[in-house]
Design a binder for this molecule. Structure first.
Ligand code: TYM
Length: 327
């Protein structure tokens, strides 16, 4: 069976973008692959985190993984920090990654813009190399992610090819899997910006764990464009975003939805969209809250997942060592 690897950072609140761009797809494909779904807690440390909050968020992500329907029978669910092979391989890859190529990563440029690259952590700069290690360590064939990860995945492929070229065939060069709809969910209050966990504006995202009434309010207040027509078009980024969310949630085609709402107003459309999102997320929320009442069980799941992940990872790290002359 081919392997799938993907991960989410336990920073901030998981939102509709994470659900539609990643989680929903993971659930859909899980039975066809051997899956490793990681909580990338070391990546979360690349920007400041409050230890107390981080501890809670890690469990929250584990609960959400299960609540959306990931099945531990098909998926190994674990924490990155508990499988030290990730950081060990990252070091080997650090030594073939180039300063120049990391300097060109747009996510680094975006995230370090606020305070300037001078005071960004070295971890933030090195982030994509750890991500490459995550994936290559398992020889994953397929990496299902949202559109914002494309550049990181291209770097992963470059590093795999470079390593293979320098030291002989070692790593699988992974394929990127990005869905057509839902891969780039934009902020509800600013459709030129992507929906983001680190946003200080709660109105910009629908959190997976938001209460139904909060979801309804956020969607009601989502910005719209001038005009009244419900159509996807470049000059209508806000309605286009809402249509994409609608399409991804219902697995319907956008033209189909446009036709249904022809001649109807934004208000009607948003009301229906809110109910669709509530209907999709409410069961996830309820299940996640239930699971969070029993943190010991979640911890156990993560522990046993780490054990299995390590077993898969260890031999590949040893191969990389040997190829580089460290055997
Ligand atoms: P993170 O935690 O930012 O996001 C997790 C997943 O959600 C997707 N995503 C979105 N999809 C659609 N619309 C959005 N607005 C949106 N925001 C986020 C992301 O594309 C991602 O799939 N670097 C990764 C974590 C990571 C990883 C990995 C992923 C670390 N190692 C190895 C894959 C493989 C990240 O920051 O995800």
């Amino acid at each position: 069976r081919k392997r799938v690897f993907s991960g989410i950072q336990p920073s901030g609140n998981l939102h509709l973008g994470n659900y539609l761009g990643a989680l929903k797809n993971w659930v859909a494909i899980q039975e066809d692959y051997e899956n490793y779904f990681c909580i990338v807690d070391l990546h979360a440390l690349t920007v400041p985190q409050d230890p107390k909050v981080l501890r809670e968020k890690i469990r929250e992500v584990a609960a959400i993984y299960l609540a959306v329907g990931l099945d531990p029978e098909h998926c190994t669910i674990f924490r990155q920090s508990r499988v030290s092979e990730h950081t060990e391989l990252a070091w080997l890859l650090n030594c073939i990654a180039r300063f120049g190529e990391l300097s060109r990563m747009t996510q680094f440029k975006d995230k370090s813009r606020k305070e300037g690259a001078e005071s960004a952590s070295v971890g933030l700069f090195d982030y994509p190399v750890l991500q490459a290690a995550d994936i290559l360590l398992y020889n994953a064939h397929l990496v299902p992610v949202g559109e914002d990860q494309r550049q990181h995945l291209e770097l992963t492929r470059t590093l795999a090819r470079r390593f293979n070229h320098l030291y002989g065939e070692t790593f699988v060069v992974p394929e990127i899997m990005i869905l057509e709809t839902g891969a780039r969910v934009m902020a509800l209050d600013e459709p030129e910006e992507k929906m983001s966990k680190s946003s200080p504006r709660p109105a910009s995202y629908v959190a997976i764990l938001d209460e139904p009434d909060v979801i309804r309010r956020k969607i009601r207040r989502a910005v719209t464009d001038s005009g009244t027509e419900i159509v996807a078009a470049p000059e209508k980024p806000a309605i286009t975003n809402l249509l994409q969310i609608y399409a991804a949630m219902t697995e319907r085609k956008i033209p189909d939805i446009e036709a249904e709402y022809a001649g109807r107003g934004y208000g009607d459309f948003k009301k229906d969209l809110a109910e669709i999102v509530v209907e999709g997320l409410a069961p996830v929320r309820e299940r996640a809250l239930e699971l969070l009442e029993n943190p010991a069980e979640l911890d156990e799941l993560l522990e046993s997942g780490a054990g299995r992940a390590r077993e898969a990872a260890r031999p590949n790290l040893h191969t990389a060592w040997a190829r580089m002359g460290l055997d």
